[in-house]
Design a protein around this ligand. Structure first.
Ligand code: XMP
Length: 528
């Protein structure tokens, strides 16, 4: 395992990614972590970049004990400056922040060979820089292994110890050899084994789940039809079979036939022990007349907890009743499955600055309090694309594994006016046509998220000799890496024409279709 100490750079999680792309397991921890508190024995340490300057009063500093471990250390950007700050080098502020592409020249040893960190690369390579400070004097016993026109100490190595510092960011894709540089460090210099594979992960995770659940403990978890909850559920099923109970709550604002399809796939095809609860009446009744999006979210969230809790209690009770009738004891429901992913974990553990309090994520408050359930999070080490790979290995159908995200409050935040069965039906039909046509055109995988929105306005139209006065559908499709920013997707016009024609012809109540050409920011992906 490689330990990545995070000083708050926006790129820190990418270092973790790049290590894993080399099939080496890496874990990110806040830079203030004390070495004695690290629960594993790292084979190497990487210090990330940071928005801080090493000389600021509030700047974070690393536990000096890292220099006593005798293992390789690589400092990236601030990480390099942090090494210099600790070991007697000098860092100065640049007049202006250097940001963008630069060419680094690799300094050769006397015998003409490059340093191990840069072994086998061209003499000059393109790298990405983003820093306000830079080294003005290397610490004693370090030598230069790379320089640029503006940074004479762009890359350093210790004369005898496996300690390195680089000013550029190898973790971003704008440094074309960056991944290879990280590979040189973790594979050649740290000697890490490339044994982090998804197959390996499945085996280990199943063993871990079996161990923590014991021979009788049972687990409940909600499934939504999305990738994460499906993969998590299937993994639990592989580990403990029917001692895992999946619950799907039909909240009345799911996509067309969603509950039925999830039931068929999870229960029939994948063999997961699933109960579908149709609570659509309760949800729609509580949503009646509500237009405010935050109120819609709150009602759906709270109602979900009520329904889920009630169902979980029923499962527990049924087991007790069977036991009373002489059946073998089934064990208590002790655990709650959560599909937490690594980005959520990073969000809660990464270094946020000296005064920031660490956030606790995924608060399922009531549920945990009343049922005294412990959390089980089998995906918490994985990134989204790793979850997809895992899904494929667990034989989850490709269509589901590549599915666009769908928000918890469902169609309720895509119906801009009040939510009722009639409005839900209109939106479901329009959305189904839209997604069907996108799939037919082979564009689904190029789009991060596509959906229809039902507007609460009426517009005039004409059908035959009749004047119509009906609602408007807005179509949204975005491309995005992380949904923090997004751009609208440029459909070929004939696709939009076909979608519009089908929706206005096939969906009663709609006579007009518009396409949303707003980026995020200033718009958001969802309309509410
Ligand atoms: P926005 O609209 O904030 O959406 O640009 C970014 C991503 O988050 C999803 N989203 C939600 N997901 N509950 C969810 O589970 C919500 O309340 C919610 N609101 C937005 C949205 O679908 C997009 O993928």
């Amino acid at each position: 395992t490689v330990l990545i100490l995070d000083f708050g750079s926006q790129y820190s999680h990418l270092i973790t990614r790049r290590c894993r792309e080399h099939n080496v397991y890496a874990e990110l921890m806040p830079c203030t972590t004390l070495i004695k508190d690290v629960h594993f024995k790292p084979k190497g340490i990487i210090l990330s970049g940071s928005p801080y300057s090493v000389y600021d009063d509030v700047s974070p500093h690393v536990d000096p004990a890292i220099f006593e471990l005798g293992i390789p250390i690589l400092g990236i950007c601030y990480g390099l400056q942090e090494i210099a700050w600790n070991l007697g080098g000098e860092v100065t502020k640049c007049d202006h922040r250097e940001y963008g592409s630069a060419n680094i020249t690799i300094a050769k040893h006397g015998n003409g060979s490059a340093d191990a960190l840069f072994a086998g690369f061209e003499d000059e390579m393109k790298v990405w820089m983003s820093h306000g400070d830079q080294l003005s004097k290397p610490p004693p016993d370090f030598h230069v292994i790379g320089y640029t026109g503006t940074a004479p100490y762009a890359a350093l190595a210790h004369n005898s110890k496996p300690w390195y510092g680089i000013q550029f960011h190898p973790e971003v894709t704008h440094s074309p050899n960056g991944k290879a540089v990280i590979g040189r460090f973790i594979l050649d210099i740290c000697g890490c084994k490339q044994n982090w594979t998804m197959e390996e992960f499945i085996g280990k995770e199943i063993a871990r789940i079996r161990e923590i659940c014991g021979p009788t403990g049972r687990v409940i978890g909600a499934v939504s039809g999305g990738v994460d909850s499906t993969v998590a559920a299937k993994l639990m099923h592989e580990a403990i079979g029917d001692r895992f109970h999946a619950i799907m709550v039909d909240n009345g604002v799911l996509r067309l036939n969603e509950a039925k399809q999830v039931n068929e796939m999870l229960n029939k095809d994948l063999g997961v022990n699933l109960t579908v609860v149709d609570a659509s009446d309760l949800f729609l009744q509580r949503l009646e007349g509500i237009e405010d999006p935050e109120q819609k979210r709150k009602i759906i969230g709270n109602t979900f907890i009520n329904v889920f809790e009630e169902e979980a209690t029923k499962i527990e009770k049924a087991a007790e009743d069977e036991e009373k009738l002489g059946a073998a004891p089934k064990g208590r429901v002790e655990w709650l499955l959560q599909g937490t992913l690594y980005p959520d974990v990073i969000e809660s553990i990464s270094f946020k600055g000296p005064s920031a309090t660490i956030k606790t994520h995924h608060n399922v408050g009531g549920l945990l309090k009343d049922m005294k359930l412990k959390l089980i999070e089998p995906l918490r080490e994985l990134f989204k694309d790793e979850v997809r790979t895992l899904g494929r290995l667990l034989s989850i159908p490709a269509q589901l594994v590549g599915r666009h995200p769908f928000p918890g409050p469902g169609l309720a935040i895509r119906i801009l006016g009040p939510v009722n069965r009639e409005q839900v039906k209109i939106l479901q039909l329009a959305d189904t046509i839209y997604i069907e046509e996108i799939r037919k055109a082979g564009l689904y995988d190029q789009i991060a998220q596509a959906f229809a929105v039902l507007l609460p306005v009426k517009a005039v139209g004409v059908m035959g000799d009749q004047r119509t006065y009906e609602q408007v559908i807005a179509l949204r499709a975005v491309q995005s890496e992380d949904f923090m920013t997004a751009d609208w997707f440029a459909f070929p016009p004939e696709i939009l024409r076909r979608i519009s024609s089908r929706i206005t012809n096939e969906v009663a109540g709609i006579n007009r279709v518009t396409y949303d050409i707003s980026s995020k920011p200033p718009a958001t992906v969802e309309w509410l």
